[in-house]
Design a protein around this ligand. Structure first.
Ligand SMILES: [Fe+2]
Length: 460
């Protein structure tokens, strides 16, 4: 098994890390990341990489030094899983006890194993996954405060794990999916500091699609509805084990792109050629069109490709293409073109969200013997790449230098932070790259090997 998927049980608290090179002294916040780190059950192992138990990892920066804390979320999933059981319906793993399996056929129990990402929502710091259950934690100590759900009028048993924040409007925007006799998507907004979401639009749907993230421009919420869909009745029939079991790829259907007006909630929809995606990169209005950049795949086979019976035969990374999809707002034809290949886990500078931009940062995948990092110049189709043999890098998070935080020109003036696993050393390090040159500034060694994480945020 690749060390990216090996269970780590050790937790350390506020440990100073040895640094090679330098850590810029202007870095004074913390990078908090999330991801699975425990994969065993009494019967063996969870079925899918996405089902490992959530572990938070924090890198606190102060005056050129780095301090590291890692801690499992203390959730219901953690308590049952550390006893060897799976009690809830996970992404690719069903409940293990007969009692829970029978119950889950009637009322699937949403997991609180919030291992996907972290965010500030409603004035709290939370860990998020694809169920409505989020976990509130202390961003300094990583102590778990508890599992919460929104108590509001927005329904749904499933959510897009990623929530887009708009600092100018002072709100976050997200999506829930309600499965039932009639199913629907619910686009919501959550004003900063508020505890209740407001439904912006409701779209009826026969077979809901899998949605992991949406696009956000100043005017629109962009919902690409991919043809990887679930017949809601399948959730009620025996034989459905995990969430993803209910989904199937329909190559004969289009990807339907919905534009939801952020002011009045009106929706316009247009068909595009079928594709699958997890992550939008960025989106913006250019007057005539909505421009949506995302990492796409020709079909949904990547979902099964990340299950452990496939991963075991070699790391099959989520290798996608960075594509630019242009959606004319007058209902014309959708066009798209490829900006880069072999990328995953894309990010941009926070200064260019919802704006024409130049640089996308991503994992450079597809090599097998290593996973690098790439800075893609989306305007000039040029790239800079970092890689090292035997080293496997995770999602790159770009942190702009203070003076660059409000300027588009500053979208490379800062550092790129990524947690890298050195397979031979059997240890991970936090890698810092200069955003302009994409060369190494420094690395801080962890006391152990961290399994591959999903997403993180820099809290300044
Ligand atoms: Fe994600």
């Amino acid at each position: 098994m690749h060390p990216w998927f090996r269970t780590l049980t050790e937790e350390v608290r506020d440990r100073p890390l040895p640094v090679e090179g330098t850590v810029p002294d202007w870095l004074d916040g913390a990078l908090v990341r999330n991801g699975p780190a425990h994969f065993e059950t009494a019967e063996g192992r969870v079925n899918h990489w996405f089902d490992g138990l959530a572990m938070l990892r924090r890198f606190g920066f102060d005056d050129g030094a780095v301090r590291y804390t890692n801690r499992f979320l203390r959730t219901e999933a953690y308590r049952s899983r550390t006893n060897g059981d799976v009690d809830a319906t996970e992404f690719g793993t069903g409940p293990t006890s007969l009692r829970r399996r029978l119950e889950s056929l009637l009322v699937p129990t949403a997991t609180d194993n919030a291992n996907v990402t972290v965010a500030r929502l409603g004035g709290r710091t939370v860990a998020l996954t694809e169920t409505p259950r989020m976990v509130v934690f202390d961003p300094e100590t990583l102590l778990t405060f508890g599992t919460r759900q929104f108590d509001d009028e927005v329904p749904g048993q499933w959510t897009a794990a990623h929530v887009e924040h708009d600092g100018e409007r002072g709100e976050s925007v997200g999506l829930t999916v309600r499965f039932g006799r009639t199913s629907s998507y619910h686009v919501y907004r959550l004003p900063d500091g508020a505890r209740e979401r407001i439904e912006l639009a409701r779209l009826q749907v026969g077979e809901p699609a899998y949605v992991h993230s949406v696009g956000l421009t100043d005017r629109y919420v962009v919902l690409p509805e991919v043809p990887f869909t679930a017949d809601p009745r399948r959730f009620l029939r025996p034989g459905i084990d995990s969430f993803v079991d209910a989904f199937a790829w329909h190559p004969e259907r289009p990807t339907r792109v919905h534009l939801v007006d952020r002011d009045d909630g009106s929706v316009s929809s247009v068909d595009a050629s079928p594709f699958f995606f997890f992550h939008t990169v960025n989106a913006f209005d250019d007057g005539e069109s909505v421009v949506l950049d995302l990492v796409s795949f020709p079909d949904a086979s990547v979902v099964e490709g990340l299950s452990f019976d496939r991963v075991e035969r070699g790391v099959r990374e989520a290798t996608g293409a960075l594509r630019r999809v242009r959606i004319p707002v007058d209902g014309g034809r959708v066009s798209d073109r490829t900006l880069a290949s072999n990328v995953a886990l894309p990010r941009t500078s926070p200064t260019v969200r919802r704006r024409p931009y130049r640089y996308a940062y991503a994992q450079r995948t597809g090599e097998g013997e290593f996973t690098g990092l790439a800075r893609v110049d989306v305007e000039r189709a040029a790239e800079r790449v970092w890689s090292e043999r035997g080293c496997f890098a995770g999602e790159p998070v770009f942190v702009p230098r203070e003076t660059a935080r409000r300027e588009r020109d500053g979208e490379a003036d800062g550092v790129v932070c990524s947690v890298v696993l050195d397979r031979d050393a059997e240890r991970s390090f936090l890698l810092l790259l200069d955003g302009e040159t994409f060369e190494e500034v420094g690395r801080a060694w962890l006391p152990h090997a961290l399994p591959l994480g999903f997403h993180g945020e820099y809290f300044g």
